[in-house]
Every structure is written in structure tokens, then in C-alpha cells.
Design a protein around this ligand. Structure first.
Ligand code: SF4
Ligand code: SF4
Length: 99
């Protein structure tokens, strides 16, 4: 194994260096009516932090906003522009640190 390979970190390793100060309400609110008609469900695979998933019983989108990295990808990628996307309120959300 080369030195560069040894120093490479997996996405899980990188995510483990991130800290969160969770808000008590979600800053990501998908429009349920639009989501119900969405075939693509792009949010469930575009998010690097697996924030979105589908509830198997109801078929509704589940949002684990506490894990959000605030990258904005879901807002841009959603084919129905269905996500009411805000930054978490001041002092909340993701805290990046260098390791
Ligand atoms: S991609 Fe957009 S419209 Fe489709 S399920 Fe996700 S948030 Fe809803
Ligand atoms: S902003 Fe980025 S990390 Fe947060 S839910 Fe959207 S895609 Fe995921």
C-alpha cells in the first residue's frame, strides 16, 4: 500500500470528525404533497449524510435533519423544488473542525 492510500480517510471517518449542535426543529421541510408525486426521490440518494429516507409503511419522506451538513445539494437536486431549505438558527447545526 502506498503512503497516500494509508492517509486516505473513508467518508465515515470524515463524518466522525464533524460535530453538531442540534436545533429542536427541522430546517429542512419537504412539501409532502409534492413528495407523494415524486418518482425520482432524488433526496434519498443525493445526500452525503443520508438525511432522507422513505418510511416503508407510509411511503413518506423521513428527514433526519440533525445529520445535515448544510451543503445544499438536496435543494438543488430536488426535481420538484419541494424542499423549504433554511440554515439552522444561529448557533445550531453542523460544526466543522480540522483534524
Ligand atoms: S426529491 Fe424532492 S420531491 Fe422528491 S421526495 Fe425528495 S424532497 Fe420530495
Ligand atoms: S443540505 Fe446536504 S447534507 Fe443537508 S440534507 Fe441536503 S444534501 Fe443532505
Amino acid at each position: 500500500m502506498q503512503q497516500n492510500d494509508k492517509n486516505k480517510k473513508s467518508i465515515q471517518d470524515k463524518l466522525s470528525t464533524i460535530k453538531y449542535n442540534c436545533d429542536n426543529t427541522s430546517h429542512l421541510i419537504p412539501d409532502k404533497k409534492k413528495c407523494a408525486k415524486c418518482k425520482e426521490k432524488t433526496c434519498t440518494f443525493i445526500c452525503p449524510a443520508d438525511v432522507y429516507s422513505i418510511d416503508e409503511s407510509s411511503g413518506e419522506i423521513i428527514v433526519q435533519y440533525e445529520n445535515c451538513l448544510e451543503c445544499g445539494a438536496c435543494r438543488i437536486a430536488c426535481p420538484k423544488q419541494a424542499i423549504d431549505w433554511k440554515y439552522p438558527k444561529q448557533g445550531s447545526g453542523v460544526i466543522y473542525k480540522h483534524s
